[in-house]
Design a protein around this ligand. Structure first.
Ligand code: GLC
Length: 664
C-alpha cells in the first residue's frame, strides 16, 4: 500500500510516474511524527535497537545507514571519506526493516523534493530517525506491505519501483569490459590501448573518452590537432569490436563563434543571475554558462546536440560535472581576488591566515553560488538551490529524450555522475571519483544494493580506483568483484599510475578474471533484465532473504546476486582468503586459470575460504542453478545456446532471459 501526503507546496520532480491520490497526514501514521520549525518540516520515527535502515542510494558508510547523518544535495566531492554527508546523487528513499511486531515490519519512505533534505539516522539520538526538509515542501510517500501479502523488504521495493517507473536498460554490449583514463590525449593513445589489450589476449568492448578529445574542453567539439582522424578512429575501433564512449560536461564555454555558446545566448537557453544576465561559472574550459536543463526548450536543444557525435558512429555517453560542479562563479571569484589583494601587506596571524585559506578553499562548489542563479522550470522562475538535485537528472533525461528521436528504437549506453530518483528511467550512473584504496572497494560493494533499491541497476564504480595510485593486488581484487557489476569499467585520473591491465606483471591473472566476466554475462544480463522488468533488485543485502537470521542481518561485505548466488569478495590487502558467512548450505563455484571449478560445499555458518589473488568465487544457493557461457572475447559473441548450467541440490529450473541486446 502506498500513501501520499503533501506538505507545503512541493515542486514537481517527475520522479514518480504513478498517480497516487493524496491523503491527509495525521501524526502517528506508520509511527511518523511531523513537526514544523520555521519553514522546515521534520519527520521523526523512533527506531527499535534491531531495526535496519536501508537506502539513500549513492552514499558513504554501510548498507545499514544507522548511526550517521546524510544530506541529499548533489555534490562534486572526490574525497568519499566516512565523514562526508553527500555524494553526487540525491536518493531520498529509506527502507526500515524491523523485527518488532509493534509497527509495520517493513516501511518504505520516499521524500520527493528537488531541494535539500537531511537525514539524521540515529546520530543525535541513537534511537531517533529524523528527516528534515528545509523548504517544508515535499511529497511524502509511505509504503507498507498489504495485510494479505508476505511482509518482506522485497515487497516494499517492488511497490516503490512501480511508483517511480521501470529502470533504464543498457545495451547488452554495455556488459563488456571498458577501459578508461583521463589523459588519453590523442587518437594514437586509443590505438595503443586497443593494441595492447589485443596483444594481451584480454577482451575489450569499450574505451571511454575523457575530456581530452574536446577542443579546449568544449562540449560537442573535437580537438583536430590530436584527433585529426576522429571518425576513422571510431570506425577502426568498431571493426575491432570496440565502442568509443565520449564524455559530455554540464557547462558550455563562453567563446565568441562557438556554435553551442552562440545558440545558447541567442535563444536564452542559459541559467540567469539575479539581474537576468547569463550566469558565469568556471568549469574545465574556464568561464562557462550552464544550459538551463530544467527548461523544456533548452533541454531539448542540448539533448539534440548529441547528434554531433551520434552521426560519427558513437553509441554511448557519460554525462559529467552535472551536480552541477562549479569551480568558481565569476562574481565570487572577483570578490576573492579583491580581498586577497587587500591581505597582501597584512601580517597573516592565526585569524587572518585561516580566513585567507578559507577564501581559497571556499571558491569551488560554494553554496552562495548555488543561491545566485535561476532556472525557468515549468514556466516559473526558480532559484537553483531550490531545485538543485534535478540538474544532472534533467541533463541526462534531455539526452535520452533526444535519442528517442535521433536513434528511435535503439538502446544508447548512458551513465551520469549526478542523479536523482527518476533519472533511473533514463540512464545508469557510475559511483564517481573514488580513490585507489581498499575501503573504496568495499564501499563499491555496499552501494550496489542501495542504488538498486532506488532503481539504478546499470551501475558500478571506477574499478581499481580513480584517484591515487592503485597497487596490482588492489586492482586484481577489485576486478574480482567488478566482474559481477553491470558497469565494468577501469577508469583512473590524470597523473595517477597507469592502470590498464597490460601494464602489470600478472597479465594472465587479469585475463582469467576478464574472461570469467564474459562467461558470467548470460547470468548477469538475465538477472539485470529481470530486475529491470520486475522492478526488483539485482544485488541484495543478505537480510533481504534471510530476514530472521540475526548474523545475516549484520553482514555488510557479502551480497546476494540475483536469486541464485551469493558473492563474498576479498576486500582486504595481504590476505589469501576471508571469512564468509553462509546463511544456508551453499556450493562454491571457483574461477581460476580460465577454468570453472566446482568447489566445496559449505554448511550454514562461518567458514574461512581460500581465494587466491587473481581468482574469483561465487556460491550457489541450495536447489538453484546458474548459466555459465563459453569462453568468448566480446559480448557480441555471448551465445545463450552454448551454456552450461552449474547447480546445487535439485535445481528444477532457471528462468533465462535473453534478447537482441540492442532494441528497446
Ligand atoms: C570528473 C569525472 C572523472 C573524469 C574527470 C575529467 O572528475 O568524475 O571521471 O575523469 O572529471 O573529465
Amino acid at each position: 500500500m502506498i500513501k501520499r501526503f503533501i506538505f507545503g507546496t512541493p515542486i514537481e520532480t517527475e520522479a514518480v510516474i504513478a498517480q497516487v491520490t493524496p491523503s491527509n497526514f495525521t501524526n502517528g501514521y506508520a509511527g511518523i511524527e511531523a513537526k514544523q520549525t520555521d519553514s522546515a518540516i521534520s519527520l521523526k520515527i523512533i527506531m527499535n535497537p534491531s531495526d535496519i535502515v536501508y537506502g539513500l542510494g549513492e552514499n558513504v558508510r554501510g548498507m545499514n545507514k544507522r548511526g550517521f547523518k546524510y544530506v541529499s544535495y548533489c555534490t562534486d566531492d572526490p574525497n568519499h571519506s566516512e565523514d562526508k554527508e553527500s555524494l553526487y546523487g540525491a536518493h531520498n528513499f529509506l527502507l526500515i526493516n524491523s523485527l518488532s511486531n509493534s509497527k509495520p515490519k517493513n516501511l518504505g519512505l520516499f521524500i520527493d523534493t528537488p531541494g535539500r533534505v537531511s537525514f539524521d539516522i540515529g546520530f543525535n539520538r541513537m534511537e531517533v530517525l529524523e528527516i528534515t526538509v528545509d523548504s517544508g515542501s515535499f511529497n511524502l510517500y509511505v509504503i507498507t506491505n498489504e495485510d494479505n501479502c508476505e511482509d518482506s523488504p522485497n515487497g516494499i521495493i517492488k511497490q516503490f519501483r512501480a511508483l517511480i517507473g521501470h529502470s533504464y536498460i543498457a545495451p547488452k554490449w554495455g556488459f563488456g569490459y571498458a577501459q578508461s583514463r583521463w589523459g588519453y590525449a590523442s587518437s594514437n593513445d586509443f590505438r595503443f590501448v586497443a593494441d595492447n589489450y589485443k596483444k594481451s589476449g584480454i577482451p575489450l568492448d569499450m574505451i571511454y573518452m575523457d575530456i581530452d578529445y574536446m577542443e579546449r574542453y568544449k562540449d560537442f567539439t573535437i580537438n583536430r590537432d590530436s584527433f585529426p582522424d576522429f571518425e576513422e578512429l571510431i570506425n577502426e575501433m568498431k571493426q575491432d569490436g570496440i565502442r568509443i564512449i565520449p564524455i559530455i560536461d554540464g557547462g558550455v564555454k563562453i567563446e565568441k563563434g562557438y556554435e553551442v555558446y552562440e545558440e545558447g545566448v541567442k535563444n536564452n537557453y542559459f541559467c540567469k543571475d539575479e539581474n537576468g544576465e547569463d550566469f558565469v561559472v568556471g568549469v574545465w574550459p574556464g568561464d562557462c554558462h550552464f544550459p538551463d536543463m530544467l527548461d523544456d526548450e533548452a533541454r531539448k536543444w542540448f539533448g539534440r546536440k548529441y547528434k554531433f557525435l551520434l552521426d560519427k558512429g558513437i553509441e554511448g555517453f557519460w554525462n559529467d560535472m552535472n551536480e552541477p560542479a562549479i569551480f568558481y562563479s565569476r562574481k565570487h571569484l572577483n570578490e576573492v581576488f579583491d580581498e586577497i589583494d587587500s591581505l597582501r601587506e597584512e601580517n597573516l596571524d592565526l585569524d587572518k591566515f585561516f580566513h585567507f585559506k578559507g577564501l581559497i578553499e571556499g571558491i569551488n562548489n560554494n553554496l552562495c553560488d548555488y543561491r545566485s542563479f535561476y532556472h525557468n522550470y515549468k514556466g516559473q522562475k526558480y532559484l537553483h538551490d531550490d531545485v538543485h538535485n534535478l540538474f544532472g537528472y534533467y541533463m541526462t533525461r534531455g539526452a535520452d529524450e533526444a535519442f528517442d528521436e535521433l536513434v528511435p528504437g535503439k538502446r544508447v549506453l548512458m551513465i551520469s555522475r549526478s542523479s536523482y530518483i527518476g533519472m533511473h528511467r533514463y540512464s545508469g550512473i557510475w559511483q564517481g571519483d573514488n580513490i585507489s584504496i581498499w575501503s573504496h572497494l568495499l564501499m563499491n560493494l555496499k552501494m550496489m544494493p542501495s542504488l538498486n533499491m532506488c532503481g539504478f541497476l546499470y551501475t558500478g564504480a571506477d574499478m581499481g580506483g580513480f584517484g591515487g595510485n592503485t597497487s596490482e593486488d588492489l586492482l586484481l581484487r577489485w576486478t574480482a568483484f567488478s566482474i559481477f557489476t553491470p558497469l565494468f569499467r577501469n577508469h583512473s585520473a590524470l597523473g595517477s599510475r597507469d592502470q590498464e591491465f597490460f601494464r602489470f606483471q600478472n597479465i594472465d591473472l587479469f585475463r582469467s578474471l576478464i574472461l570469467t566476466r564474459y562467461r558470467l554475462v548470460p547470468y548477469l544480463y538475465s538477472e539485470y533484465m529481470k530486475a529491470a522488468k520486475n522492478d526488483s533488485m539485482m544485488f541484495k543485502p543478505l537480510a533481504f532473504e534471510y530476514e530472521e537470521d540475526s548474523v545475516a542481518r549484520e553482514i555488510e561485505d557479502q551480497l546476494l546476486l540475483g536469486d541464485e548466488v551469493m558473492i563474498a569478495p576479498v576486500v582486504n590487502q595481504n590476505t589469501a582468503g576471508r571469512v564468509i558467512y553462509f546463511p544456508e548450505k551453499m556450493k562454491e563455484l571457483r574461477f581460476e586459470n580460465e577454468q570453472v571449478i566446482e568447489g566445496n560445499i559449505y554448511e550454514k555458518g562461518f567458514h574461512y575460504v581460500n581465494i587466491p589473488l587473481g581468482t574469483a568465487t561465487l556460491y550457489i544457493r541450495n536447489n538453484r542453478q546458474i548459466p555459465i557461457g563459453e569462453k568468448v572475447y566480446s559480448v557480441d559473441d555471448v551465445n545463450s545456446k552454448n551454456i552450461t548450467y552449474y547447480s546445487f541440490g535439485s535445481a528444477a529450473e532457471y528462468d533465462l532471459y535473453d534478447d537482441d541486446g540492442i532494441s528497446k
